[in-house]
Design a protein around this ligand. Structure first.
Ligand SMILES: Cc1cc2nc3c(=O)[nH]c(=O)nc-3n(C[C@H](O)[C@H](O)[C@H](O)COP(=O)(O)OP(=O)(O)OC[C@H]3O[C@@H](n4cnc5c(N)ncnc54)[C@H](O)[C@@H]3O)c2cc1C
Length: 512
């Protein structure tokens, strides 16, 4: 292995790490990514079983857009030099939400006007409040765009003048703001369907965070990568090679090396090899970095407390089915299903704390977005749920496979019952992933697939505002799902962008 010293070592080749590396390389600094797996992407990957290539994670990419309606991620991909490397298909359906208590079976479209009209079809008296919601959400997004354009150094007067409602909503939850808009309960239930993408119930979820995500989905439409999310990861990796960056696969960082004054010296890999560097970008969690990778003696009390105070977000439970019939034959009509016990997000979150009572699923029929994603006459269906506690640690090694069967059976029977379809007789391939799978695959604590929970004090805005204070360790920064933009594909790309640029700033300041 090379004895070269790098300006920057990135730990992990997930969405955040790959993006950060490109930013560093674009400024002509040397950069190495060290990835413990044998592929780029982290969760953003695919896997093959029989004649099916399964998307491993992505349901919907937020805020990509297209040339005449470009979103933040589309713009970022242009700047990174990967936009032209990718092919997408556009979808038109936002979601179908079905609740098992029989109250809801609604299908919502993408596009702001269409969404409003459909909401009024279901809840005619909601026209004013849903229109007001989109106006407010637009202001939220515009305020965020302004804030990003000035790197968070916002002008107070400008903010008050141009984004007064953004400021007014700042510390309120989704439900508090929707109630203040006098939105009928039924419309709130329908609008809150996306909540599971952020994994926090709407009594505790920041309105700004939710409104921004919903607006970006509905306004920019949803794009599905033809080569699955693995294709995006490969495009980013190819760009890193073009910029002369290095990537080591099958290499796990076991230690971050520092001197006693907390100056970064490099990383040590599992096989004992040392790679020297001046800066580190961690695409893994602060729990891992402060709890495992750094010498315990030099981790400050503040870092320990700040990390331990945070709550892990949903642990992943998923199932992937390759079906030997077309979705027309199976009568699977929609692309994106949210199936809940109840539309009450607080009650649903509680139910999701226990393996026994967790019936929620976000399920995607990829063929309804992109017909050719699987061989002709077949269907890909994948199911995701979140476990909002560490209940999986109560499953013994002995019961592990029984639990997987239980999860599969529940996903299938719930889907069949909710959608009035029959899928079990057409299963050709099946794979089930548990929190254990995700913990092993990415090393994330307890198999959390959504980083730390973005509830109340640890929501998106406080994280963005505390970015400077949270950066406690000189020349060590965090990107990805555990970082300041929280989890999700788009958020991880954006945090990689921010942290890559910040690291270039750190290097320049030292140079001066
Ligand atoms: C089933 C599922 C469905 C999802 N659906 C969506 C969706 O529809 N939309 C959406 O926006 N998001 C979705 N997500 C969430 C999204 O995938 C993640 O938030 C995002 O990919 C996280 O990116 P990241 O940058 O944090 O990197 P991660 O994907 O977390 O990757 C981190 C990388 O670091 C590596 N690593 C860790 N420790 C070390 C070490 N010590 N040494 C070397 N390498 C190390 C890991 O191997 C991994 O490759 C889903 C996730 C899952 C699992």
């Amino acid at each position: 292995m090379s004895e070269k010293k790098y300006d920057v070592v990135v730990i992990g080749a997930g969405n955040g790490g790959l993006t950060a590396a490109i930013r560093v390389l674009q400024k002509n600094h040397s950069c190495l990514i060290v990835e413990k797996h044998n592929l780029p992407g982290g969760f953003a990957t695919s896997f093959v079983r029989g004649r099916f290539e399964f998307e491993a994670s992505l349901h919907e990419l937020n805020d990509y857009g297209c040339d005449d309606n470009i979103g933040e991620i589309g713009t970022l991909f242009k700047e990174l030099g990967v936009y032209s490397k990718l092919e997408w298909v556009r979808t038109y359906e936002a979601y179908r939400m079905i609740t098992l208590d029989g109250k809801y079976d609604v299908t919502m479209p993408l596009g702001v006007d269409k969404f409003i009209e459909k909401m009024c079809y279901y809840v005619p008296e909601a026209r004013k409040s849903i229109t007001d919601f989109f106006l407010l959400a637009k202001e939220v997004v515009e305020a965020q765009t302004y804030s990003s354009s000035v790197n968070g150094n916002t002008d107070k007067k400008y903010m008050i003048k141009n984004f007064p409602n953004f400021i007014r909503c700042g510390s309120y939850s989704v439900n508090e703001v929707l109630n203040s808009l006098k939105m009928p309960k039924k419309a709130i239930d329908i609008l809150n369907a996306y909540w599971c993408y952020l994994g926090v119930d709407c009594d505790r979820l920041s309105f700004l965070h939710y409104a921004s995500m919903v607006y970006r989905y509905i306004k920019r439409y949803v794009y599905v990568p033809k080569l699955k999310s693995h294709g995006i990861s490969l495009a980013l990796e190819q760009r890193i090679r073009e910029l002369n960056g290095d990537i080591y696969y099958n290499c796990e960082v076991e230690k971050i090396l520092t001197d006693d004054d907390r100056n970064i010296l490099g990383v040590q890999l599992k096989d004992g090899k040392v790679i020297k560097c001046d800066h580190i970008i961690a695409n893994c969690s602060p729990t891992t970095v402060f709890g495992k990778l750094l010498d315990k003696r030099i981790v400050s009390e503040q870092e320990k407390r700040a990390t331990n105070a945070r709550k892990l977000s949903g642990r992943g439970i998923s199932m992937f089915l390759g079906l030997n019939k077309s979705c027309d034959e199976l009568n699977i009509t929609n692309h994106n299903y949210f199936i809940y016990d109840t539309a009450d997000t607080v009650k649903q979150y509680k139910l999701m704390e226990s393996l026994k009572t967790n019936y929620a699923q976000a399920t995607v029929c990829l063929n309804r977005a992109y017909e050719d994603c699987s061989p002709k006459g077949t269907t890909i269906l994948y199911f995701t749920s979140l476990l909002m506690s560490d209940d999986f640690s109560n499953v013994s090694e002995h019961d592990y496979f029984k639990m997987k069967d239980f999860i599969a059976e529940r996903f299938i029977s719930t889907f069949e019952k909710a959608t009035n379809t029959k899928i079990r007789d057409s299963i050709e391939e099946i794979a089930v992933a548990t929190p254990q799978t995700y913990a092993r695959y990415t090393s994330h604590p307890q198999g959390s697939i959504y980083g730390y929970e973005t509830h109340t004090w640890d929501s998106l805005m406080p994280r963005m505002m505390m970015m400077k204070e949270d950066n406690t360790f000189k020349n060590l920064r965090f990107c990805g799902g555990f970082a300041m933009r929280s989890s999700g594909f788009s958020s991880a790309y954006i945090s990689g962008d921010i942290v890559g640029r910040q690291t270039c700033g750190d290097i320049a300041r030292k140079g001066r």
